[in-house]
Design a protein around this ligand. Structure first.
Ligand SMILES: Cc1cc2nc3c(=O)[nH]c(=O)nc-3n(C[C@H](O)[C@H](O)[C@H](O)COP(=O)(O)O)c2cc1C
Length: 189
């Protein structure tokens, strides 16, 4: 079952924007992150939740979308995320956040997928703009933004071929293809 969930848990960047996500759902997802591993168990991550259109509109322009799809500026109005989780590092608790935020993001997205939701991890974030837009105090470092919604996009896993090209692409039916390396190519000893 975990394999199925991981396979299903593809990055999604087009959504049914009209399908709202409740604040309580976001809280349940962050609770999965709360229960996840943390370096030295310091638990320095803090979260900002957004599921109302006004706050969402402040966050959306601060995010980078699908750098490999050069002609696609990101989802148009109507296909944008219904919610966001901003993952912050509290510098009064830790100076380094190790990979806590990656683990938190994965827990959140596995939980989201189980609820029929999907989304995208954004490391490409205009951090100064977002900080200003949301009034985030300087003690918090913006680590990642997670966009969430009801997926509208079909995603297919491919196997990376001999040419080694790892770039994802979209076909003429707007199906998103994600190449993954072969198991025998990543286990080296
Ligand atoms: C740390 C991290 C940062 C990422 N940042 C972005 C981003 O800024 N914008 C974006 O569109 N996708 C981003 N992604 C999504 C990746 O492009 C995506 O995981 C990759 O294409 C593989 O697709 P998959 O998640 O379906 O396996 C990020 C993923 C990770 C793990």
């Amino acid at each position: 079952m975990i394999r199925d969930l991981v396979i299903e848990n593809r990055t999604c960047r087009r959504f049914y924007q009209e399908v709202a996500i409740e604040l309580e759902t976001l809280r349940e997802l962050v609770d999965l992150a709360r229960l996840s591993a943390s370096a030295s168990n310091r638990q320095p991550l803090k979260y900002i939740l957004s599921c109302d259109p006004q706050k969402n509109a402040l966050i959306f322009p601060c995010l980078g979308w699908a750098g490999a799809l050069k002609d696609w500026p990101g989802p148009p109005e109507g296909e944008r995320p219904s919610a966001y989780i901003v993952i912050l590092g509290d510098t009064e608790i830790a100076k380094s956040f190790f990979c806590d935020h990656g683990i938190a993001a994965q827990s959140i997205f596995l939980g989201a997928r189980e609820k029929g939701l999907g989304g995208c991890i954004h490391a490409s974030v205009k951090r100064d703009e977002l900080s200003k837009a949301l009034g985030i105090p300087p003690r918090y470092e913006i680590l990642l933004v997670l966009s969430l919604g009801k997926p509208k996009e079909k995603v297919v896993i491919e196997t990376i071929g001999p040419n080694g090209d790892f770039n994802y692409w979209r076909d003429s039916d707007n199906v998103h293809h994600v190449p993954k390396r072969r198991l025998d190519d990543i286990i080296i000893g």
